[in-house]
Ligand binder design. Structure first.
Ligand SMILES: Nc1ncnc2c1ncn2[C@@H]1O[C@H](COP(=O)(O)OP(=O)(O)O)[C@@H](O)[C@H]1O
Ligand SMILES: [Mg+2]
Length: 249
């Protein structure tokens, strides 16, 4: 299968101190991979390196076999906090990235309506961020990344600040969206359960200077849904195994 992301001996220093020691990993096209690791081990930094938002200090990262040298057009990024403009409605917020980049192709009205429907935001096109729930705001943020139809979607703890119920709903939405068009996804999360529920594979990183401790393939049937998948005894086994690797138990 085609490799979407190839990371070979990636290293990153800040102020002369090694943050990412040496990370090597591969993500296949259409694969959903989560990254777990202790706080401060360089997970956000790794995503920024993949997106070409920061330079490497060693090693190489390739997207579809092309070395990353600048912010990559085929990558969508969902940041830790959703940065919606309060004075723009949902539609304008979704189109922000397209409007700000004269080179970006503008989606047709039909494509925009389809994206809004996929995000479960039909009827809210003209609502402003303060009129939306936290979950809806996060879905707009995901839409901002999806609107340019990237081949790779990088998500940095996108649901971190949400309550458990909203998080469950968004996980379900994300599964539905992913199952529909199967983009390559790398999700950084601090939730072991979320990683198991969503992923084909989970990469566990060490304390910094970080390296990959282990990669765990999540062999649970798809399509998944949070309540049914959690009842699968194998789900519990994965939680125990990953908790052990994370030093939680
Ligand atoms: N732009 C930066 N300048 C200096 N230090 C940074 C910068 N970005 C991240 N760091 C440091 O690198 C380490 C890893 O950060 P980060 O990638 O945000 O970790 P994680 O997302 O795993 O919590 C932290 O110690 C952080 O303070
Ligand atoms: Mg982070």
């Amino acid at each position: 299968m085609t490799a979407a992301i190839t990371i070979q001996g990636a290293a990153k220093l800040f102020g002369g101190r090694s943050v990412i020691g040496e990370v090597s990993a591969e993500v296949r096209d259409h694969e959903f991979v989560s990254v777990l690791g202790p706080s401060g081990c360089g997970k956000s930094t790794l995503l920024r390196l993949i997106a070409g938002l920061a330079p490497l200090d060693g090693g190489e990262i390739r997207l579809f076999d092309q070395p990353v040298r600048a912010p990559a057009a085929n990558v969508g990024f969902v940041f830790q906090t959703s940065n919606l403009l309060p004075w723009c409605d949902v539609r304008a917020n979704l189109l922000l990235g397209v409007d700000l980049d004269p080179g970006a192709p503008r989606p047709s009205e039909a494509a925009l309506a389809e994206l809004i429907a996929t995000l479960g935001l039909s009827g809210f096109e003209e609502s402003f961020p303060h009129e939306l729930s936290g979950g809806m705001r996060h879905r707009v943020a995901i839409g901002q990344a999806l609107i340019r139809n990237p081949r790779i979607l990088l998500m940095d703890e996108p649901f971190g600040a949400l309550d458990a119920l909203t998080r469950d709903r968004l996980n379900m939405e994300l599964l539905r969206i992913w199952q529909r068009d199967r983009k390559t996804v790398v999700l950084v999360t601090h939730s072991i359960a979320e990683a198991v529920l969503l992923s084909d594979r989970v990469i566990v990183m060490s304390e910094r200077p970080s390296r990959v401790i282990e990669e765990v393939t999540i062999d649970l049937p798809r399509p998944r849904d949070p309540s049914r998948t959690r009842e699968d005894p194998a789900f519990g086994d994965y939680l125990v195994r990953l908790s052990g690797l994370m030093g939680v138990v």
